[in-house]
Design a protein around this ligand. Sequence first.
Ligand code: NAD
Length: 262
Amino acid sequence: MGTLTGKTAVVTGSTSGIGLAYARTFAGAGANIVINGMGVPADIEKERSAIETDFKVKAVYSPADMTKPAEIADMIGLGEKTFGSVDILVNNAGIQFVSPIEEFPPEKWEAIISINLSSAFYGIRAAVPGMKKRGWGRIINTASAHSLVASPFKSAYVSAKHGIAGLTKTVALELATFKVTCNCISPGYVWTPLVEHQIPETMKARNMTKEQVIRDVLLAAQPTKEFVTSEQVAALALFLCSDDAAQITGTNLSIDGGWTAE
Ligand code: NAD
């Protein structure tokens, strides 16, 4: 018996990076999993079946696009129909774009606000009735150090991440008497496809080489001079799902090598 045996976790954006680590960590604790995200179908199926084989739990895939509210509600419905409940919701899907504001494409702004912020609103909206009814729930939002501090050229991302910190506090207050907690986790830089993809944009915006971006932008932000790992972020999320964390709600937990202490 794991600490999450009998529970179901929906993890958005769990086809790679931090989301995949959340899914595998929760499965390791015994939860059934709804994975979600974009990618090559064969690769997604490989990850899904690996979760079942490695951890002896059930995993289903929801192809919900986080820009589509009806599909987000269907994803929660899939978890409830397949497993009987959605007890843990991790709003994690995210994209990034780096550009001077006067050149920032409006469609990139819309997509970042939609995927990184609005999708969490729609997911929470759909999952909360079941959590309230059962009197237990854990909502975890992946924010970012950028929910606390800004960086130039990331106007949409910084805005979305500040927004999710506000959403987290509001939802925590609304659900405080229902034994449903809502927190956000704010990682510093984690080496994932999201970070890799922003390197060429950052090179252009800052007129730097790749090595300079890694050393002088990414690692320079973190006093430890090390990347955070996806598994470290997932371990913090698992703690938030424990009974010991029942009184932790409405917080923004930094895991950023000291970045936001400066
Ligand atoms: P990633 O690119 O590895 O993962 C992003 C996930 O979101 C993928 O599964 C992708 O398929 C999914 N996704 C993107 N658009 C989607 C859409 N329209 N519908 C459904 N799924 C969609 O990146 P990551 O670094 O693991 O990012 C996960 C979260 O962590 C994001 O919210 C990101 O902002 C946050 N974060 C990352 C870092 C970092 O340094 N990597 C730091 C702080 C916060």
